[in-house]
Structure formats: C-alpha cells, structure tokens
Ligand binder design. Structure first.
Ligand SMILES: [Zn+2]
Length: 245
C-alpha cells in the first residue's frame, strides 16, 4: 500500500510539473504576442549577459543620486494623459533597483508624486557626497519629427568638465543600446540642476513625448525598465573607469 501510495504521489508530481511547464510556455507566448501587438517600433529585448557580468560590475560600492524630473503640480511635459513626471519616476525607480541590485547605494531625490524646488534638489545632491548624479527627464518640441535621447551636462567655468563630459558620453552610448532609440549625442547646457551640483552630474532627456515612435517606446514598461538599466550601466562604466585611475 505504501509503495502504491508513493507511486501515485510521484505520478501526481510529474503530472503537476508537466502542467506547470505547458502553462508557463503558453503564458510566455501570450506575453510575446502582447508586446508585438502593442508596439509598432522594433523592441529589442536581448540582454548581453556576458558584458553585463564584467564591464558593468561595480569595482566598489558607489553612491549615486537619481533625480526623477518634475512631480506634484509640475507635470513636466505631457501628451494626452501621459505625463513626464510619471515617466521620469518610473525610469528612475528601475535605475535605482538595478543599481542597488549591484550593491550600490542609491538616493532618489523623490520617490513619490511631489514637487521639489531646484535648490532642494541641489541640497540633496550636495549633502549626499555621491559619486555621480543623474537627473531624468523627457523632451518635447512643437516639431514632432524630433526624436531620440540626448544627455546634457554643464560645467561652471570648467569645474569637473572632463568628468562631466565622460559621464554624459558613457550614459548616452548605453541609453540608446536597446529599442532603437536615436542617439542625439551630448550637449553642454546651463541648467540650474546641473549648475548647483558639486557632484559630477548630467541630465538625460529620455526621448520626445511629442514624437509618435518615441511615445510608443515610452508607453512600454519593458522599454522604460531597459532604459533605466542601460542608464545605470553607463553610470557604472563611468565610475569604474574613474576608479581605475
Ligand atoms: Zn523635464
């Protein structure tokens, strides 16, 4: 009796595993179909695992500040019911989770829907004594042909100029790695949030909400996640290069 009982139990287990495997596969197939239906632009979900395990592994524990642009009554730019303040918070949270997962310490200037003054952001950044600071934004323009990602930096009278340019370059080249984002390069722009920062800092304009193709990308949660992670890889790459010196 005991042997028969055990046999039945084993058979039930095998049956259960088979059912789970079949269900798992069909859920995956459903997910793939959903993402194809949702998006008109090619979305690249390949992950370079080998590169991820070496080049983007922090050489030490870094301290990083991420600033999700806008918040509260300041919605930033918008298109329909799509608000910049929500997109920046999502991208920033994905970046923070990824960076923390790699053993770094991450401060978000806001982790809720509230407005911070520019001086408040500046104080948070400067009192953190972080290794790097990245402000996340989304662009817009009347001409809806404009698309792509731009990384902005600013140096007051050459202060940390080389470092800021290197950080901007590293982030820009990583940010566009997936999902066919257009690389619009880096630009020097006098922005308060960058001017106040004593920490090497940049501002990433994550596509144009006014461009139809960029908007498709920005409405895809997986794209936002990859963007947050790629921006993070740019930060780690820059900090590792700096650390090696
Ligand atoms: Zn903005």
């Amino acid at each position: 009796m005991r042997i028969v009982g055990r046999k039945n139990f084993m058979l039930s287990c095998i049956f259960f595993i088979l059912v789970m495997l079949v269900l798992g596969k069909s859920i995956k197939i459903l997910n793939i179909n959903n993402s194809i239906n949702m998006t008109a632009v090619p979305i690249d979900s390949t992950i370079d695992k080998q590169a991820a395990s070496s080049k983007y592994t922090p050489l030490k524990k870094y301290y990083i500040v991420i600033d999700p642009g806008h918040g509260g009554i300041d919605k930033g730019t918008s298109y329909g019911n799509m608000y910049e303040k929500d997109l920046t918070l999502k991208i920033a949270r994905y970046a923070a989770a990824y960076l923390k997962g790699k053993g770094n310490v991450v401060f978000l200037t806001r982790n809720e829907d509230k407005l911070l003054g520019l001086d408040e952001i500046g104080d948070k950044v400067n009192s953190s004594y972080a290794d790097a600071f990245v402000s996340i934004h989304v662009n817009s323009l009347n001409d809806n042909n404009f698309n792509g990602i731009t990384t902005l930096y600013y140096d007051v009278n050459g202060y940390q100029k080389d470092e800021r340019i290197k950080l901007a370059r590293a982030i820009e080249s990583e940010a566009v790695k997936n999902d066919n984002w257009a690389n619009k390069g880096i630009k020097r722009q006098n922005l308060a949030v960058l001017r106040y920062s004593k920490v090497p800092g940049v501002l990433v304009e994550c596509g144009f909400i006014t461009n139809a193709q960029d908007r498709i990308r920005l409405s895809n949660e997986n794209v936002l996640k990859r963007l947050g992670e790629n921006i993070s890889n740019g930060i780690i790459y820059y900090l590792n290069e700096n650390y090696k010196k």
